[in-house]
Ligand binder design. Sequence first.
Ligand code: IPM
Ligand code: MG
Length: 354
Amino acid sequence: MKIAVLPGDGIGPEIVAQAVKVLDALRREGLNIELEQAPIGGAGYDAAGDPLPQTTLDLARAADAVLLGAVGGPQYDQLDRPLRPERGLLRIRKELNLFANLRPALLYPELASASTLKPEVVAGLDIMIVRELTGDIYFGQPRGIEMRGGERVGFNTMVYAESEVRRVAKVAFDISMKRGRKLCSVEKANVLECSELWKEVVIEVGRQYPEVELSHMYVDNAAMQLVRNPKQFDVIVTGNIFGDILSDEASMLSGSIGMLPSASLDLRNKGMYEPIHGSAPDIAGRDVANPLATMLSLGMMFRYTFADAAIADRIDGAVKRVIAQGLRTADIWTQGCERVSCSAMGDAVVGALG
Ligand code: IPM
Ligand code: MG
């Protein structure tokens, strides 16, 4: 198993270091894991003048899976757009063709009080958002800012080819088959042609999955339903921009964005795994960040890319155990729990691997 480790910026290095502790522990058990680190984002810019240095991209291509921390920081906000950390992330997703982004939103019972929603609304929450990741308005052409009629005009293009919709819809239906067999496709077909096509193609793909109950929802309504009654959802499939927004919203249902992992997969289940939170520059380097989303991302790596459910279950189980033991980083701490540092949490997870 060759894993490219891309810590990135801000809290990225400290949270990734905790996941590497888990990999080291597995290696000591005899698992054949090769790790190689490379810079991305602001770190890539600092090292090579490029948020996705060629050597980093080559390493990621050669690896079976990529573990990423986070990118971005205020010191990079003034750079030209193509040099900004976020561009490195968008480019690696595109270059590796990681079109299917899996973002689970799962509530640990012990953390129900950390959610801003009433416990009865979120208790038992278990949603999987499948976000298309390499198309849509994120990559559509034309795009730019230009002078028109004496004023500046900014423009982007929302675009989906049916093949792009079809492949991500298939992933979502396949996942639905392994879960509650309920899939909700989210778009804005009442206004956008792009969404009209999206909906049509999802319905076509759905004919091959008669066991899955398919529904359709406009994105504005979906945003509302997610906070009104989130448990009505099992799997959600949606485009890049809607998925970006809805997955942040869904993450808050579970109390802390510091708890949620993600997987970004290509057609052959090669994947990049990253916590869905950002680089949190305000707390970087202070050993207080929550490494659990990164741990759970590692769990997803074993589940999806290495198809090793036993190890995935051990990692997920270790995370559950440390939470049950009452260990909490600052973001999820509540009265009566033990407040621990990022590195102490990492050690605890290693200890709880079983
Ligand atoms: C995410 C992030 C990225 C995105 C940014 C950092 C480019 O918000 O992974 O959700 O918009 O996709
Ligand atoms: Mg986002």
